[in-house]
Design a protein around this ligand. Structure first.
Ligand code: UDX
Length: 456
């Protein structure tokens, strides 16, 4: 099939590459000429495992093209995916200006029947707005082309996006039940047939339910994290171990083991933004969501948990101390630092006068960019932050190590060397990467999240 993807961000590129991989002819469009230029020269503007190779393979086979020419894009695709960003507005609601601009462009250029797919995470009712926007443009051109807008939310996890796309646990298709909607649904089912494992993955429903499904999934997952984090803080006061509690509740199939790791809070491009947007949309319907407001508040507080522990141990004034920070990305296997807990931690340490040496296996370039912005009004603090290309070098001479992201390479370091490099054998672990008993044996003072540590 001929596919056009508008927006070469994270979702757009993964969708484009995976659809090209299954033999479709894919045109990826973006208004950002520098991104298209990079892609046309074999580069990829984001880091995602396996993506660069997949794009290269399909470019070589002539199945994927990159361009800024939306008119050509609108002509090419039988299916046009809108995969542009929906950043939070000042009030937390999703900013739809890029989605609606894409819809206008489609309306200005499309010919013949088109399936328009909302892939961006958008509030309930957006498919209808896209539909109306395209209709206005068609009317302005005095042409009649039929089309249908489908909601097809993505459930991709950064770092695992290709696997998630190729072997989805579900494919949600929100379609209208009029004639164009039925036609669109058939086309979408064909497109996704190669991914519809055991013929059970496609879940067709009405458009609004599909739109809400995406928010419901992320809100549910965020709720689990805030729940376990709240209990971790309680466990700590009570002398219980949250890892044991998790082991104790996980076997109940109604609860399950997954997505219940206590830590220093969730970040990333989706959970914070989507929880906020859902609260905002709900308020427009005069239906407050106190549970989700609490989920958000608990997470904001949890992003400070490491700072609280450090201050409790070393005092408010940290100007005499130097901290090594391992992990800057919001989670492993990505260079994404959006809403990353590391940013809150590092800003708080610097504000208390500390010196910080940080290391991340992949996010170093991103970190330079992000901290330039975060600390632009605090040059003296910025001067006390440095980035090290080597984890052991970062630790050399530090008063404490703070682990913020659970990259595999942090899981089993040479502890003797680590201990020798640190000025004090002191670790604050925001992701419960190590075992407290082992740390005791190694003679390392260890502060984790909701765990029992007996000292050494
Ligand atoms: C998420 C959803 O999982 C995905 O379905 C959706 O499409 C986009 O948002 P992503 O943002 O890539 O994906 O990250 P995810 O792996 O879900 O982790 C989100 C955050 O939660 C991370 O900061 C992670 O560290 C944190 N987390 C996750 C926990 O603190 N505890 C857990 O048990 C799991």
């Amino acid at each position: 099939m001929n596919i056009t993807i508008i927006g070469t961000g994270y979702v757009g590129l993964v969708t484009g590459a995976c659809l090209a991989e299954t033999g479709n002819h894919v045109f990826c469009i973006d208004v950002a000429a520098h991104k298209i230029d990079l892609l046309n020269h074999g580069g990829v503007p984001i880091y995602e495992l396996g993506l660069q190779e997949m794009i290269a393979r399909n470019r070589a086979a002539g199945r994927i093209h990159f361009s800024t020419d939306l008119a050509a894009g609108a002509a090419h695709g039988d299916i046009l995916f809108i995969a542009v960003g929906t950043p939070p507005d000042e009030d937390g609601s999703a900013d739809l200006q890029y989605v609606l601009a894409a819809a206008r462009n489609i309306g200005q250029h499309m010919q013949g029947f088109k399936v328009i797919v909302n892939k961006s995470t958008v509030p309930v009712g957006t498919a209808q707005r896209v539909q109306q926007t395209i209709a206005v443009e068609l009317a302005a051109r005095a042409v009649e082309h039929s089309f249908s807008v489908v909601s097809n939310p993505e459930f991709l996890k950064e770092g695992e996006a290709i696997g998630d796309f190729m072997q989805p646990d579900r494919i949600v298709l929100g379609c209208d039940n009029d004639q164009n909607g039925v036609r669109a649904a058939e086309i979408m089912r064909c497109l996704y047939a190669p991914f519809n494992r055991d013929h059970k993955r496609i879940l067709q429903m009405d458009v609004r339910s599909a739109e809400l499904t995406k928010y419901a999934a992320n809100a549910m997952l965020a709720t689990r994290i805030s729940f376990i984090n709240e209990l971790a803080n309680l466990a700590e006061c009570m002398g219980a171990d949250i890892e044991e509690v998790r082991r104790g509740i996980g076997p109940d199939p109604r609860i399950g083991n997954h997505f219940l790791s206590a830590g220093c809070g969730y970040g990333g491009s989706c959970f914070p933004k989507d929880v906020q947007a859902l609260i905002r949309t709900a308020s427009e319907y005069h239906q407050p969501l106190p549970l989700l407001s609490a989920v958000e508040a608990v997470n904001d507080a949890q992003k400070q948990v490491l700072v609280r522990k450090i201050v409790a141990r070393l005092g408010e004034d940290l100007s005499a101390f130097r901290f090594a920070v391992w992990g800057l990305a919001f989670k492993p296997n990505t260079d994404d630092m959006r809403e990353a807990p590391s940013r809150i931690l590092i800003a708080a340490l610097l504000a208390r006068g500390a010196t910080v040496v940080a290391y991340d296996p992949v996010a170093m370039d991103e970190a330079r960019r992000v901290f330039m912005l975060d600390l632009q009004n605090a040059p003296a603090a910025h001067a006390r932050l440095s980035l090290s290309e080597d984890p052991m070098q970062a630790v050399a001479g530090a008063d404490a190590l703070v682990v913020v992201t659970e990259w595999n390479e942090f899981k089993n370091p040479d502890f003797q060397r680590l201990r020798a490099q640190l000025k004090k054998p002191l670790i604050f672990d925001g992701r419960n990467v190590y075992e407290p008993a082992e740390m005791s044996e190694l003679g390392i003072e260890y502060h984790a999240i909701g765990r029992v540590y007996e000292g050494f």
